[in-house]
Design a protein around this ligand. Structure first.
Ligand SMILES: Cc1ncc(COP(=O)(O)O)c(C=O)c1O
Length: 361
């Protein structure tokens, strides 16, 4: 199947994955024809257990008391603290909230981690069989996946990894409990891997990360999860609540709430009023800009070429925070958001006037 306009890579993936789609379509057809309860669908790893009652209660409370709005990109401080404490106790290792980042699932975490560590052409070792998306995640950041097989009993084959390491090796993804085989890695095996990587780091003068992907860590039947921090010094632990608390892909609870709403439109009038007020103030002050027709930003021209200096001046002299255009790839401009309290906009009138005056000869 070819679809006009798609990239070669996506087209190839679609071709390669066509059997998956056929299977999926066939499953859907069977369910429709015979009823879902008559089809033995063992194909998808979708959690069956409901999240704990405490989570549901917390979610309701969050919905009632929580504010809608952006938070720090790294995540809510109290959530990071909770996760850091949980992990510190589990691994008997001090993990600070500063080193804990909330992501959209393990998939999101792996992408963020790979983006943070990979330079183009650097290699990440994937132990096969592996969760298929790893390959795409590595390629997302122009890294090179290097496939290295696990042993016949799906343990890490230390000799094979040794052979797969090159001076370009930047990381290795370890997944335990393992998708698709269900094996749980032993501490001994992990320690051996740690020792090997440490040696390779020293030999190559290159940092090598273990990305320890453990989204199923709470689903272990008798074994103990190995402690990666005991085995190695450069670990990015990746986990997920997708299997335990139920947010899969984009946070599923939000999607459920969206699905339950009668009408998804919102009233833009409060934003329009702010835009009009802001535009009036900027015009009166003397700034030049395109009239914003949507969103909640204005992008005026800086009265001086060096807009970074201009923004710095605004901050230092007037405590007025605006963003240099070069941050968006366009110097000589600055951006301001009018999604702020109307009173604040009203009070900024004299400030914008004075600011402009500072630079008009
Ligand atoms: C091994 C493994 N890693 C990562 C993920 C992605 O997890 P999430 O749904 O939390 O993004 C999955 C999902 O099935 C997985 O099996």
């Amino acid at each position: 199947m070819t679809v006009a306009g798609l990239s070669r890579e996506v087209t190839q993936n679609l071709e390669k994955g066509s059997w998956i789609r056929k299977l999926f379509d066939e499953g859907a057809r069977l369910k429709k024809e015979f009823g879902a309860d008559k089809v033995f669908d063992f194909s998808i790893g979708n959690p069956v257990a409901e999240p704990p009652e405490t989570f549901k209660k917390a979610l309701c409370e969050a919905a009632e008391t929580g504010r809608h709005g952006y938070i720090q990109n790294q995540g809510l401080p109290e959530a990071r603290e909770k996760v850091a404490r949980f992990l510190s106790e589990r691994f008997q290792t001090e993990i600070s909230p500063r080193h804990t980042v909330m992501t959209v699932g393990a998939g999101g975490a792996l992408n963020v981690a790979l983006k943070s560590i990979l330079n183009p052409e650097e290699e990440v070792i994937l132990l096969s069989p592996y969760f298929a998306e790893y390959k795409a995640y590595v390629e997302n950041y122009r890294g090179r996946p290097v496939i290295c097989p696990l042993t016949d009993s799906f343990e890490i084959d230390i000799e094979a990894v040794k052979g797969a390491i090159t001076p370009r090796t930047k990381g290795l993804i370890v997944n335990t409990p393992h998708n698709p085989t269900g094996t749980v890695l032993s501490q001994k095996n992990l320690n051996e891997l740690g020792a090997l990587l440490k040696e390779a780091e020293e030999r190559n003068g290159q940092s090598i990360f273990i990305l320890f992907d453990e989204p199923y860590s709470q689903l272990i039947y008798g074994e103990e999860q190995a402690n990666p921090f005991q085995a190695y010094h450069r670990v990015i632990l990746v986990s997920s609540f997708s299997k335990d608390l139920g947010f899969v892909n984009a946070p599923v609870m939000m999607q459920r709430a969206v699905a339950k709403m009668d009408d998804l439109s919102i009233d833009a009038e409060p934003y329009r009023k702010r835009r009009d007020l802001m535009v009036d103030i900027l015009t009166e002050a003397g700034f030049e800009f395109e009239m914003p027709k949507g969103g909640f930003f204005v992008f005026p021209k800086s009265p001086i070429e060096d807009e970074v200096a201009f923004c710095m001046h605004a901050a230092q002299k007037y405590k007025l925070l605006i963003v240099p255009g070069s941050g968006f790839g366009k110097s000589g401009y600055f951006r301001l958001s009018f999604s702020v309290p109307s009173e604040q906009i009203r009070q900024s009138r004299d400030i914008f006037k004075a600011l402009y005056q500072d630079f008009s000869s």
